[in-house]
Design a binder for this molecule. Structure first.
Ligand code: PMP
Length: 405
């Protein structure tokens, strides 16, 4: 027995996965050639599992600004903004994000995970209540453990259940903070935000939306689900990440709430960690400029998402409920999903294998994320490959063709 013995059940599950030949954790690219192409074991591979929604990882504007920033300001800040001070770029990026959202305040964090950790654990204290969707991202769950507020979960995307739970808290003192996501990261479904806003108003709660997967993707200007649904004024806090549409790393929270700035000296995951390095700040600022200047990227992303989703659905796959850039194919058996995933990767399509308990319904998902940088040829290659392998695995009816005539 040792300190690590408690991980034996986990190790046994991982070993079983590896024995099947599918080991998603050991994927190592020989090279990344573009936003949507890599080389894996010497084979040119299409990337369908990157969250690179706008295809900006190789954008020359972002790359040049990043290189310039390293030359001017060095490779790192080597400490937190509280201890080491901020650089011009931090404040400039915060202003740019606040301006993008039309909000008064923005705080930038070292990751999106930390943005959730910081905001959620700090905004609600022991006398308040945190009310979260049951299918929340790990960062929201971890934030709920770091903070001191009692936590209430409501059924995924279920406004009635949310109302029921808030009604039970009605006579409790303190504030209530509801946290939901824009697009959910596993199934690609969106929150019924208008209904959630109605419930929030009825019970006088606050609302935070994590737009990690919807920023740059949804809404006329790419602000996310709250913009698309026309409820931005009723969302008190928007949290997001730079690691998806903006193609770098980092996180943010925007709000117009008076007094917001105090969080800079109250939120520990903001205070006690190194701030983002100049190169990241510069490429993120540049990527936000591109996002705003080139709405056609979002339009292409939408067209690609629909083509991919509809293609897989018409082939007979069980997919998530909505045609968003995250497209999950749901497979009941974990071993079939793992073998299917391995075949697709071997044949030149990289996507994510999501396994229980990480998946909401405890089924296995083959999770793809579509990019604006994919061409229709890439999308059709992926649909045809998945359909051919799906048939071989007995997952699809023989006589259904993925494209309607
Ligand atoms: N929120 C959601 C909904 C996410 O899916 C993720 C990352 N997958 C995060 C937050 C964390 O973002 P980051 O990668 O910037 O830490």
């Amino acid at each position: 027995m040792s300190l690590l013995s408690k991980f034996q059940p986990l190790a046994a599950r991982y070993d079983a996965l590896r024995a099947s030949g599918a080991d998603p954790f050991s994927v190592k690219f020989d090279d990344i050639v573009s936003s949507v192409e890599g080389v894996l074991k010497g084979k040119r591979t299409l990337l369908f599992g990157t969250n690179n929604y706008l295809g900006l990882t190789f954008d020359p504007h972002s790359m040049e600004r990043s290189i310039e920033a390293i030359r001017m300001h060095g490779t790192g800040t080597t400490g937190s903004r509280i201890a080491n001070g901020s650089y011009d770029g931090h404040a400039e990026l915060e202003r740019a994000i606040a301006d993008f959202y039309g909000r008064k305040h923005c705080m930038v964090f070292s990751t999106g995970y930390q943005a959730n950790l910081a905001m959620i654990s700090t905004l609600v204290g022991k006398d308040d209540h945190l009310v979260i969707d049951a299918d929340s991202h790990a960062s929201i769950y971890d934030a709920s453990r770091l903070g001191h507020a009692p936590v209430v979960r409501f059924r995924h995307n279920n406004p009635d259940d949310l109302a029921k739970r808030l009604a039970r808290l009605k006579d409790q003192p303190g504030d209530k903070l509801i946290v939901v996501e824009g697009i959910y990261s596993m199934l690609g479904d969106t929150a019924p935000l208008k209904e959630f806003v109605d419930v929030k108003k009825e019970f006088g709660a606050y609302l935070m939306v994590d737009e990690a997967h919807s920023m740059g993707v949804l809404g006329k200007r790419g602000r996310g689900l709250a913009e698309r649904e026309g409820v931005e004024d009723d969302v008190d806090f928007v949290v997001g990440t730079f690691s998806k549409s903006l193609a770098s790393v980092g996180g943010y929270c925007v709000s117009s709430m008076e007094g917001f700035e105090i969080l800079r000296i109250a939120a520990r995951p903001y205070m006690f960690t190194a701030s983002l390095p100049p190169a990241i700040i510069a490429s993120t600022t540049a990527a936000l400029e591109t996002l705003r200047a080139e709405p056609q990227r979002r339009e292409k992303l939408t067209a690609n998402s629909r083509r991919f989703y509809n293609g897989l659905k018409s082939a007979g796959f069980t997919v998530g409920p909505e045609a968003n850039p995250i497209v999950a194919v749901i497979i009941d058996k974990v071993d079939v999903a793992a073998a299917f995933w391995k075949r697709l990767v071997d044949e030149g399509m990289y996507l994510n294998l999501a396994l229980p308990p990480a998946t909401p319904s405890h089924q296995a998902f083959l999770r793809s994320s579509v990019s604006a940088a994919h061409t229709f040829e890439h999308i059709d290659f992926a649909i045809e490959l998945m359909t051919r392998v799906g048939r071989e695995f007995g997952l699809l009816p023989e006589n259904v063709h993925p494209f309607p005539p």
